[in-house]
Design a binder for this molecule. Structure first.
Ligand SMILES: [Zn+2]
Length: 387
């Protein structure tokens, strides 16, 4: 066996070595990473290696399997010793020594801007080291974001002001304007990256409650750092609110409540309560925490057309993989029926693959026990009038 093969074998062994954390990407947790940053001493996935390439002063990457590991590029013996001594868990302890509870740590499925900023914050700006530099976002923030117009697709520059002390996010249409266009309570606010839907790699969706409905705002900033800092500032403000609202709950139970990611989104066709109305194409978004299936005429509408609350199986909610006998869809054949105590909701999906994904996601929500928070929200909502 030549040196190159021997070195590769040693690296592959390191990937599987117990107690090192090397079996998962050091940055996004993806399984079976096969790239190494030999300057940091970690194993990462292909995606994250692409981000590491952007700051070669701090990180240098090579593929474990595809690249040559010999003395032509680096002092391999030293590198192997370094990789052995470090590894994902040790390096994590150093660079993630004090990640704030509100900071969103992305997973493999999250959008590129979140991963890139997490990796830069960790290694390039070294924000989370024990003796690190000062932390970036506080939960007060002010600045400009591009906001999509409510009734047209045009993005306009708007000033946003986040005041965590007041528990409010405001935005202004005029730079010197006195009155904010909207005053949003942090209590009702949710922010999620929706790059694909918005059509911008930094696209952020901010939702809040207004008169019993869910209002959507779509914003972005040219700078990836700015938009991720906004996102984490909103998260910090949300955590602060949750701690006040639920002082008896430990932080670890509040952190998952900060951001509500949709379990699934996409187009389906839907008929009305009589089941004889024509099926109409709608955009659906499933919010598992609120147990709500929201539907819209278009993905970027300001308000939803309606919501289907999804209780638990014990309360009589169920989902089936077809339409009731005698009911036919319009263009799409793959049917779906949601049964609630009040009525049936009938849908058709664009493909069997979509149908399968919707079934799985809806069943997931129905099988979750109702939380105390669900009950609180449900009772608060019943007091609202519907538009
Ligand atoms: Zn990764």
């Amino acid at each position: 066996m030549g040196d190159r093969e021997r070195n590769k074998k040693r690296l592959l062994e390191l990937l599987q070595a117990e107690g090192t954390g090397n079996a998962h990407c050091a940055d996004c947790g993806a399984a079976d990473p096969d790239w190494a940053s030999y300057k940091l001493g970690i194993f990462i996935c292909l995606n994250c290696s692409g981000i590491h390439r952007n700051f070669p002063d701090i990180s240098k990457v090579k593929s474990v399997r595809l690249d040559f590991w010999d003395d032509s590029i680096v002092e391999v013996a030293v590198v192997l010793q370094f990789m052995t001594h470090n590894g994902n868990l040790r390096v994590k302890a150093k660079y993630e020594a004090r990640v704030p509870a509100f900071y969103y740590i992305p997973q493999a499925s999250d959008c590129p801007v979140l991963k890139e900023q997490w990796i830069r914050a960790k290694y390039e700006r070294q924000e989370f080291m024990a003796d690190g530099k000062t932390m970036s976002p506080s939960d007060n923030r002010e600045g400009f974001l591009w906001k999509r117009g409510r009734d047209n697709a045009q993005f306009l520059r708007r000033r946003f002001v986040l005041s965590a002390g007041e528990g409010l996010l405001k935005y202004y249409t005029k730079e010197e304007g006195k009155d904010p266009k909207a005053v949003i309570n942090i209590k009702d606010l949710n922010a999620t990256f929706q790059a694909e839907k918005i059509g911008n790699p930094h696209g952020l969706q901010i939702t809040y409650r207004r008169e019993g409905h869910i209002r959507n705002l779509f914003v972005y900033h040219e700078s990836g750092k700015e938009i991720v800092d906004w996102f984490n500032a909103l998260r910090a403000a949300r955590l602060r609110y949750l701690k006040m609202a639920f002082p008896e709950l430990p932080e670890s139970e509040l952190v998952p409540l900060i951001t509500r990611n949709y379990l699934k989104q996409g187009f389906m066709e839907k008929t009305g309560p009589k089941q004889r109305e024509p099926f109409k194409k709608r955009w659906f978004a499933l919010d598992p925490q609120e147990r709500s299936l929201l539907y819209y005429k278009n993905p970027l509408d300001a308000f939803e057309l309606g919501q289907v609350f999804l209780g638990s199986r014990e309360q009589g909610y169920e989902v089936y993989e077809d339409l009731p006998k005698g009911v036919r869809g319009n263009r799409w054949k793959a049917g779906l029926t949601i049964v609630t105590p009040e009525r049936k909701f009938l849908f058709t999906c664009p493909s069997e693959k979509e149908q399968g994904e919707w079934l799985e996601s809806l069943r997931d929500v129905l099988s979750r026990p109702l939380t105390a928070l669900n009950l609180l929200t449900a009772s608060a909502e019943s007091g609202h009038s519907r538009r």
